[in-house]
Design a protein around this ligand. Sequence first.
Ligand code: HEC
Length: 140
Amino acid sequence: MNKKLFSLLTVLSMTALTGCQPDTPAKQAEQPAAAPAVAAPVPVAAEPSAQVAAPVSKELQLAQASKCFACHAIDKKLVGPGWKEVATKYRGQKGAEAKLIDKVAKGGSGAWGAVPMPPNAPQVAQNDIKTLVRYILGLK
Ligand code: HEC
């Protein structure tokens, strides 16, 4: 028998048996239908854990080293206000950055209550205070 004719007959007979398209019977039979749907959620689930790793930023390390976290937390009040709350209070206010740099350096009370923040300068460098205040004001 002619080879070409033989393969044509093979395809035709498989088509008759499986009811599939002549050029894809093997492929369709192999493919587990659910595989793409099962694989899809994996990258989505991986994203939040990437964000959990992100907070060990330069700014957080600086805040840690500057002992700010003795009295502050990012999203709750301790001795001083939570930093996200600080960001919310001053969002969009002109001059907030300069005012807060001065406040963190010199300390003071009255903005959040009677408990004063002690001066953080000169033990924390002016440039570091600026970095920290910019970081705090950028929190959401
Ligand atoms: C000994 C405790 C203490 C430490 C240490 C401390 N803070 Fe504070 N912080 C406070 C208190 C209390 C307030 C609230 C002051 C007020 O009501 O005016 C405050 C307020 C603030 C505010 C808001 C100020 C305002 O006028 O709204 C910022 C910004 C701030 N702190 C940043 C820092 C940074 C940055 C550091 C580290 C370099 C730091 N704090 C270290 C206790 C502290």
